[in-house]
Design a protein around this ligand. Structure first.
Ligand code: TZP
Ligand code: MG
Length: 204
């Protein structure tokens, strides 16, 4: 994948939004995000038909604005929505199976520690999601923050692998993540909760 695509990686689901997620996505796109992940997950998340319907709408918005659309975890919905990519965690569908099923889609994998790094099939994925870099209140079961050292460590070992940092990133600490070697920053609350999405994304 083109590493620049990871630069401003916006993630959300309806559970992260205090107003219509469609409006928030459009605001974020007009403000300069480079890629979007639909992550409908956690307390209050939509399920079933409602999840599909919102996914469909967000997918269409991304298509209209030529922003790549990534789905979190859901390999079935990946097919239904004809997504550009799939992001999986260590406890989700294995990257081997996802790659077999979708030879041409972008695949991202979350990696939080050395043992995950060593056991992961990096040759099958397009990018690593590394974190949580900082404390985050957004993911209920988030692991301990790994700091920008973790980004630096992966970058030292894999100079060519696209890396996006995630977890507690905002417009005041993003620079540290990039300086440590990440190609981009993945952000939920600093965008969904921003009183001025345009200003936030521009500062990023
Ligand atoms: N994975 C690791 S931390 C996290 C995810 C999905 C949540 C990031 O949310 P925020 O609000 O940008 O800290
Ligand atoms: Mg997952």
């Amino acid at each position: 994948m083109k590493r620049e695509l990871l630069r401003k990686y916006f993630i959300m689901g309806s559970q992260n939004c205090d107003r219509d997620p469609r409006e928030i996505l459009i605001d974020a796109i007009k403000s300069g995000i480079t890629i979007f992940q639909y992550r409908e997950k956690g307390e209050g998340a939509l399920v079933g038909e409602e999840k599909v319907k919102l996914g469909h709408d967000l997918r269409e918005i991304c298509r209209r604005h030529q922003i790549p659309f990534i789905i979190n975890d859901d390999v079935e919905l990946a097919e239904t929505l004809n997504v550009d990519g799939i992001h999986v965690g260590q406890d989700d569908e294995s990257v081997d199976l996802v790659r077999k099923r979708y030879p041409d889609k972008m695949i991202g994998l979350s990696i939080s520690n050395e043992s995950e790094l060593e056991s992961s099939r990096l040759e099958l994925i397009d990018y690593i999601g590394a974190g949580p870099v900082f404390d985050t209140g957004t993911k209920e079961d988030a692991k301990k923050p790994v700091g920008v050292k973790w980004i630096q460590h992966i970058r030292d070992q894999y100079p060519d692998l696209p890396i996006v940092g995630i977890g507690g990133i905002n417009d005041t600490n993003a620079q540290q993540v990039i300086q440590a070697g990440a190609d981009g920053v993945a952000i939920i609350s600093a965008i969904t909760q921003s009183p001025d999405i345009y200003a936030t994304v521009q500062r990023l």
